[in-house]
Design a protein around this ligand. Structure first.
Ligand code: RB5
Length: 211
């Protein structure tokens, strides 16, 4: 049989085009990330979760920036304050937003303070809340995929607005991976339950005590 050598370049070209098309169709991979991360793609309008927003005075401006970004992107937000740079206590706003998330009124909470640390500590005390303080996109993504975080906290004194928006975008684009992570998240929930049991026991001892 005589080999048709003229069709070879065409075949190679076609294969190349097919591979290129497959790469283009597949989710893009963000460069420089370790482990490799899919680029953040925001949920479609119909699937957009409702979000509770909160901040103290240090996070006020960042909250406003995040709010504008979310509203412009089609999200519905519930802003629990604060509404100025006047000094306030971050646990008040962490609690207000976290309780909305725990009650199912909002799917996620996003909180801003100076570092994000105080907000994470306070929000995490509300049963059912898994708060993640993320200053980078990898932490934001893995906090959703591995920890099923439902509250994201941001440090306005730690990162600029551009980074913060990228962190928010990544957090909202990622999904909980389940599997082995579900067992671990269940163990976090058990901590909520045992704390509730201890509190209930303390209450019944107190109320039952005759003094
Ligand atoms: C307020 O000065 C600051 O302590 C607060 O915003 C936050 O960083 C706490 O974690």
């Amino acid at each position: 049989m005589i080999e048709n050598t003229t069709s070879r370049p065409i075949l190679i070209g076609t294969k190349f085009m097919l591979v290129l098309a497959a790469i283009t169709i597949a989710a893009p991979i963000c460069k420089g990330a370790h482990p490799p991360l899919k680029c953040a793609q925001m949920p479609e309008d119909a699937a957009k979760p409702r979000i509770a927003l909160g901040a103290d005075h240090a996070g006020f401006h960042l909250k406003e920036t995040v709010k504008r970004f979310l509203v412009d992107s089609g999200y519905e937000v519930d802003d629990v304050g604060t509404s100025s740079e006047e000094s306030v206590d971050y646990p008040d706003f962490a609690r207000a937003a976290a309780e909305r998330v725990a009650a199912g009124q909002d799917r996620f909470g996003i909180l801003a303070c100076g570092t994000g640390v105080g907000m994470a500590m306070a929000a995490g005390k509300v049963p059912g809340i898994r708060a993640a303080n993320a200053c980078d996109v990898i932490t934001a993504q893995l906090s959703r995929e591995h920890n099923d975080a439902n509250v994201l906290t941001l440090g306005a004194r730690i990162m600029d607005d551009t980074r913060a928006i990228e962190v928010v975008r990544t957090f909202l684009s990622a999904e909980f991976a389940g599997g082995r992570h579900q067992r671990r998240v269940d163990k976090i929930s058990e901590l909520d339950h045992s704390r509730a049991a201890v509190l209930a026991a303390g209450t019944s001892t107190t109320t039952g005590a005759k003094r």
